[in-house]
Design a protein around this ligand. Structure first.
Ligand SMILES: *[C@@H]1O[C@H](CO)[C@@H](O)[C@H](O)[C@H]1NC(C)=O
Ligand SMILES: [Zn+2]
Length: 528
């Protein structure tokens, strides 16, 4: 209703402005606003209803759908069961605008206008906002945020699993056990639950790592990286992230890990299953070390091998499907499982434990798509992520399994006005032009590699250029890559204690709420 009100007011204002020709303080009477909106009006804005589904043209449709929402809420019962299982889904860089645009793309792929579509987790009964700033950063990275949402403590940008009292790249302080933060993985393991994580990035990438590594620099993924960053002060006491995953708690106690990044676990002298040399300088083969420590465990490196796992007989699983990051879902090879397939395997495997499980599942390439300013990829990744969440909800019971979906930080992706209903979300605004009469893309980023300007600094026409999912969308600030943004991100919850996940939350509160619901950790617990 508010949107219609606004549109109406806008149109009224335009009409008055056009007629009165006048007040320079009125936005709509100024040249830019007036000519842009006038052109859109001339091109059918506000009068072309051809894309609107017929039932939406009846006011009663809106009244009925609102009433349905009221009834649904009234029927909700507080679910105060103990959460036997917790599934934590993290869409890296999945800003609210990314969710909206992905929802539109989902509907458009089904042949609908798109705006009315809904992602699986948007049906979850409770929603909140998460404030993502880090102790020393207004706009966060994926490391300090991971520390916040997995350990429950906000920390410095680029830090993983250590508190804000540890300085960037300070190895001695980060190796001091007194500075280690414990996480949902530790808390679940202490309660006898099975634990695991899945990512489409590398096993040593920031998001899953805030819960198992303790480093003051997220770039220390293998010893070669630590050497690069510490130079002369390098010592082997300074344990890289891959080593911590295989040899330290809680990493070595994880029952199920899947993702990319084989290189960080193998020496430079070895060739990984994908034909590339390892990245380690210390000669260690951490994959054989994992196998030695998990005699009943199975290492897999292809979709076929993953499908063949005997989930009953295998005691732990490690899957690595690429040397570095996994491919975008759009570009995945036949031998790479999808996020949904990994999710299904993970949940089925961990469900064997009568004490329950905790799993962290990351759609890690949403962020990469946004960094590249390629919404064709980031929105597709978001849709694969929402499919994995739907599958997880289907495979588990809301009576005993809490599912929480959130993002670590946002991206400055805007959805700009005023394309018509059903305008292709991955194309130009068909009816809109800038002051030079040039179309503009509905989706724009604040920063990135392509401004699409001619020699005189005027924007060039992009209509007809958007065929590929790899098309780079325009940005305002010129930079080699897109940047994160500091706006809040969404939180969506379904299952035991779902009603705690509401309001405007500090990001570090999230794991405490999950621990409360599952009766794990050292803080407040629902069963106390
Ligand atoms: C989840 O279950 C619904 C209802 O049975 C079904 O329509 C849907 O396809 C399932 N989703 C997935 C991802 O398997
Ligand atoms: Zn990022």
């Amino acid at each position: 209703m508010a949107k219609f009100g606004l549109l109406f007011t806008t149109l009224l204002a335009i009409a008055i402005a056009i007629k009165a020709e006048s007040d320079p303080h009125d936005f709509f009477s100024q040249r830019l606003g007036q000519s842009m909106l006038r052109t859109m009006l001339d091109n059918g804005m506000a009068t072309d209803n051809s894309a609107v589904p017929a039932d939406e043209l009846n006011p009663n449709f809106w009244r009925k759908s609102a009433n349905d929402e009221i009834q649904k809420r009234l029927a909700d019962k507080l679910n105060t069961n103990k959460a036997k299982n917790v599934i934590f889904f993290l869409g890296d860089g999945m800003s609210l605008s990314t969710i909206t645009a992905a929802r539109i793309l989902k509907g458009q792929r089904q042949g609908n206008p798109g705006e009315e579509s809904q992602l699986s987790f948007e049906k979850f009964p409770y929603t909140g906002l998460s404030r993502t700033y880090c102790t020393n950063a207004q706009v966060a990275d994926s490391a300090c945020t991971s520390t916040a949402y997995l350990t429950g403590v906000k920390t410095n940008i680029l830090s993983l699993g250590v508190g804000p009292n540890v300085n960037y790249n300070d190895c001695e302080a980060s190796m001091d056990p007194a500075n280690d933060l414990t996480s949902l993985y530790d808390w679940a393991q202490a309660a006898g639950k099975s634990t695991g994580f899945i990512t489409t990035t590398t096993l040593t990438h920031a998001s899953p790592t805030g819960g198992y590594a303790h480093v003051s620099n997220r770039m220390w993924e293998c010893d070669t990286d630590v050497r690069t960053y510490l130079q002369d002060s390098y010592t082997s006491d300074c344990k890289d992230i891959a080593t911590q995953l295989i040899t330290e708690e809680p990493g070595r106690k994880l029952d199920f890990i899947m993702g990319g990044g084989a290189g960080k676990f193998l020496p430079k002298t070895m060739i990984d299953p994908f034909g590339n040399p390892g990245e380690r300088s210390d000669g260690k083969n951490l994959l054989s070390e994992w196998q030695r420590r998990h005699p009943g465990g199975l290492f897999v490196s292809s979709r076929k091998q993953m499908e063949a796992i005997n989930l009953e007989q295998t005691t732990s699983v490690m899957g690595i499907f690429q040397s570095k990051l996994m491919n975008f879902h759009q570009h995945a090879t036949e031998s790479e499982p999808t996020l949904s397939e990994m999710t299904e395997t993970g949940i089925k495997f961990l469900s064997k434990d009568d004490d329950g499980f905790f799993i962290f599942i990351e759609g890690g390439l949403i962020d990469y798509g946004n960094h590249y300013n390629k919404p064709g990829l980031s929105l597709d990744e978001t849709l694969e992520f929402e499919r994995a969440i739907e599958l997880a909800r289907n495979l588990t019971d809301p009576e005993d399994t809490l599912i929480v979906v959130t993002a670590d930080h946002a991206h400055p992706l805007s959805i700009s006005g005023y394309p018509e209903r059903g305008n292709n979300i991955l194309d130009v605004n068909e009816i809109g032009f800038d002051t030079n009469g040039v179309h503009y893309a509905t989706l724009n980023y604040a920063a990135g590699p392509e401004q699409y300007l001619d020699e005189s600094g005027n924007r060039i026409e992009l209509k007809g250029q958007f065929g590929s999912p790899d098309f780079i969308f325009p940005s305002y600030i010129s930079s080699d890559s897109g940047v994160h943004s500091g706006d809040d991100v969404g939180v969506f919850a379904s299952g035991p204690w779902e009603h705690l996940f509401r309001g405007v939350l500090q990001q570090n509160t999230l794991p405490h709420l999950m621990a409360y619901a599952a009766c794990i950790g050292d803080g407040a617990k629902s069963c106390d």
